[in-house]
Design a protein around this ligand. Sequence first.
Ligand code: MN
Length: 376
Amino acid sequence: MGSTGSIGTQTLDIIAEYPDRFHAFLLTANRNVTLLTEQALRFEPEYVIIADESKYAELSANLKGSNTKVLGGAKAIADAMSIADIDMVVTAMVGYSGLEPTIEAIKHGKDIALSNKETLVVAGALITSLQRKSATKIYPVDSEHSAIFQCLAGETHESIRKLILTASGGPFRTFTKSQIEKVSVADALNHPNWKMGAKVTIDSASMMNKGFEIMEAKWLFDVDASDIEVVVHPQSIIHSMVEFVDGSVKAQLGLPDMHLPIRYALGCRERLATDSRKLTVDDYMNLTFERPDLDRFPMLAMAYEAINRGGNIPCALNAANEIAVAALLGEKIRFVDIPKYVRKAIDSAHFIENPTYDDLIATNSEIRAYTSTIIK
Ligand code: MN
């Protein structure tokens, strides 16, 4: 799901790297017909689905005469999760849109290679309880969570003392508050280490991404947020660490290349041999670490607040952030305005301690509408 995005295209690289092992059965995209057409002709999936129905006719015309069936609409994506031939679903779409199809995939016992962290931010309790009742296994694609997953191989849950999530610190790591006041969208999109989609790149610059990753780790590994520490590590070579009860710490290292965690997730923990560039001593001779600064990065502070309040507040935080980031990308607001709008939006949310799925849908649409209104 999300085959034309950054993780989607890199997942197809891995599928192409091991043609005897993997086949792309179904590809979905939001609206990029041109790339989805190219992917369909190259990978010959049984189905393609374009979420934006206004693009259906064009995609259908492009693939006339091929063996790939063409469908349109978000509902078709969720419905397709019941197809028996699908073994694993890679959730690589952007933001809240990942929630419904991920729930459907879990209900049908599909394994998940989880890239869409917003799913766990919005509905971690719901997803986790559904997963416990199903045959689904979740393999993290997010590099930090893949690192923790690798560190936990062969360990018991009782032996974990804390998780240490590393953060690059983004392009504004060394900026003062007054320098951050002046940054442009282009500055925020210029990540020092990782090539990623626009949404997650902006979230990295604000450190919202790291806040979301604390929530993602809490749900994936069943660890209290108070036992998850964030450490800024500008080189992005150590992808995260786990401290155990005996005082020992395991870290996972690698180049900042998303193909690595995707390979480990698709391999279901089996290590697949590759000829891609290896880590050398030049890459790791100068590794440094710093404490995060909540004063310069208020989105990270708001994430801690949302974690402490719980209920539907992380869902509200995500909704407000999605609208604010879209407004920044559309050059309607400045980077430094994001926390101001998100603060107001969270304060407008009415608290629900144990939200149902319908409550989350309502919170998401109310907070989106509210944030859009105050931005205009
Ligand atoms: Mn990450």
